[in-house]
Design a protein around this ligand. Structure first.
Ligand SMILES: Cc1cc2nc3c(=O)[nH]c(=O)nc-3n(C[C@H](O)[C@H](O)[C@H](O)COP(=O)(O)O)c2cc1C
Length: 201
């Protein structure tokens, strides 16, 4: 049978219905640091369920299962740091999501460096591109995970990716992304905010 253009188009847009699930992709796979006081050893947890939720005040959320060691720490200290990762951290990111800080010291084992934060008492990860220091405002019970809504109170970015015009070159940084159970690195830039409506000179 000869395939018509109409048939080819239909194939291109063919869909399958899947059961509702977390298929939103990509999301960042971040390392959240917490602890580091007299009561709690500093710890790292890999988090995929995170996102920006408010511009002013700047806020983000992370969702954590209550049984995680980091959940106890963050619930108690009400602070954490979201450390944005790149391709070279992929193995550490995966590993920190497989083992618990109850059993191992993840900073020592990954050789990632804990560095004093600007405003919170838990450490930032020196090797990560962006460190976002957060104070918890609210904990919302959801289901398997509870959501920490937090205000961003300090940010540090690595000078390594800032060009001579002061621009942060995310396109050069190989940011780590996660989707449908796999890790990816972010690729080249395809546009700029508002480029679709910008008038040609
Ligand atoms: C890619 C990836 C993403 C993850 N995302 C989450 C998440 O969003 N929330 C969560 O509770 N656990 C998440 N986990 C699982 C925790 O990172 C894992 O249970 C970890 O060992 C908990 O460490 P802790 O006991 O030291 O807190 C993720 C794991 C991986 C590998």
């Amino acid at each position: 049978m000869i395939e018509t253009k109409k048939m080819a188009n239909k194939k291109q847009f063919d869909k399958q219905s899947w059961k509702p699930g977390n298929v939103l992709a990509p999301v960042p796979a971040v390392l959240v640091s917490c602890g580091g006081n007299y009561k709690w050893q500093k710890n790292l947890i890999t988090i995929a369920w995170t996102g920006s939720i408010c511009s002013d005040p700047p806020m983000l959320s992370i969702s954590i299962r209550p049984e995680r060691h980091s959940y106890e720490i963050i619930k108690d200290t009400r602070e954490f740091v979201v450390n944005v990762t790149t391709e070279k951290h992929a193995k550490a990111v995966d590993w920190c999501g497989m083992v618990s800080g109850r059993d191992v010291n993840k900073f020592e084992r990954t050789k990632l460096t804990p560095m004093d934060a600007l405003k919170v008492n838990c450490p930032v990860v020196l090797e990560c591109l962006i460190n976002i220091e957060c104070k918890v405002q609210k904990i919302i019970k959801l289901g398997t995970h509870n959501m920490f809504l937090a205000e961003v109170i300090a940010v540090q970015v690595s000078s390594e990716f800032i060009d001579n015009k002061g621009k942060f070159r995310l396109d050069k940084s190989n940011l780590l992304a996660f989707g449908l159970g796999e890790y990816f690195k972010m690729g080249p830039r395809v546009g700029k905010f508002g480029f679709s409506v910008k008038k040609k000179k």
